[in-house]
Design a protein around this ligand. Structure first.
Ligand code: COA
Ligand code: MG
Length: 293
């Protein structure tokens, strides 16, 4: 029951479910996914109101057309169960679980969804933001290999990691972020980088996206609409990469190369694994082109 990978998740925007204006905007934004947030972006006194706004948005004409994810409060918190029911009623593509410590948190949410007869098409995303989640990342990601489990995406929660570990500076976070990417690959999951709080500095943001892409992340979580454009472009294949991929495909398609495992193109060794990479890149480029029509 695996969804076909890779699904485009270059730009994934948090929208506080308590913010009527932001919710109203979310339908028209060109991000690949929205995370409608009931958790950290919503104050304790606003929770019930936010659930109601979420319900109205998802039932109405302003329902976003992109992938829809709802972040709920932890199931063990006073809001968790009501959030889960509200989220399930909104028929999202996925529910994002915060403060995950280990695989048990995900299995519990999976079972709670089953109890509501939620379709298996509602997936689970997991925040990786507690020290325990970083230590248990391998066993969390292992759930991605289980065809019966709903887990589909790991989301780095860099603000919480910094708070919980007392790390300062993105440089010191990088080893843990690399673990998130590695675990995602082992578990056939999407990996999303954390947010950049400084939403007015788009130049720094572009650099951070480029770094995240080089680290292997599929996309970036965002807090502001201005961050969508840079993320969409940085996480898309470049013209140069597309041309190179096309050349690789064309070379391997030649009759004399059809059965060869390795060839040379412009003085570089190119193996069949590069052909697979090239085909995946071209597929992604086509998806992006399709989306922009
Ligand atoms: N989603 C949708 N629309 C958003 C948005 C978001 N995340 N952030 C801002 N906007 C909208 C605003 O509503 C505003 O629209 P309006 O002019 O029609 O009112 C427009 O974009 C410009 O916003 P701006 O004035 O530049 O920002 P702000 O000062 O209103 O808000 C933040 C700044 C950071 C408070 C806001 O962007 C935000 O709440 N982001 C999400 C935070 C979040 O979810 N955190 C939890 C996960 S880390
Ligand atoms: Mg958090």
């Amino acid at each position: 029951m695996h969804e076909p990978l890779p699904r485009l998740r270059r730009s994934v925007l948090y929208v506080p479910a308590s913010n009527e204006r932001a919710l109203g905007k979310s339908a028209a934004l060109p991000c690949d996914a929205v995370i409608l947030d009931l958790e950290d972006a919503v104050g304790p006194e606003e929770k019930a109101d936010a659930r109601e706004r979420l319900r109205a948005l998802l039932a109405g004409p302003g329902r976003p057309k992109c992938e829809i994810v709802i972040r709920i409060n932890p199931l063990g918190s006073e809001w968790g169960t009501e959030d889960l029911l509200a989220a399930r009623a909104g028929r999202p593509d996925a529910i994002l679980l915060p403060k995950v410590d280990g695989p048990r948190d995900i299995l519990e949410a999976d079972a709670a969804l089953d109890e509501t007869d939620a379709p298996r098409s509602i997936r689970l995303w997991a925040m990786v933001e507690t020290p325990r989640s970083l230590l248990n990342i391998g066993s969390i990601a292992e759930l991605g290999r289980d065809p019966a489990a709903r887990l589909s995406c790991l989301v780095a929660g860099t603000n919480d990691i910094a708070k919980e570990t007392r790390v300062t500076g993105r440089g010191n976070l990088l080893p843990w972020l690399m673990q998130v990417v590695l675990a995602a690959r082992a578990g056939n999951l999407t990996a999303l980088d954390g947010v950049s709080n400084d939403f007015r500095d788009l130049e720094a943001f572009g650099r951070e996206c480029a770094e995240a892409r080089a680290m292997g992340f599929d996309g970036k979580t965002l807090i502001h609409p201005a961050q969508i454009g840079p993320a969409n472009s940085v996480f898309a294949p470049t013209g140069e990469e597309i041309a190179e991929a096309e050349a690789t495909v064309a070379e391997f398609a030649k009759p004399e190369n059809r059965h060869r495992g390795v060839i040379a193109i412009d003085g570089r060794m190119v193996e069949r694994l590069h052909l697979e990479q090239a085909e995946a890149l071209l597929k992604k480029a086509r998806e992006i082109e399709e989306k922009s029509k």
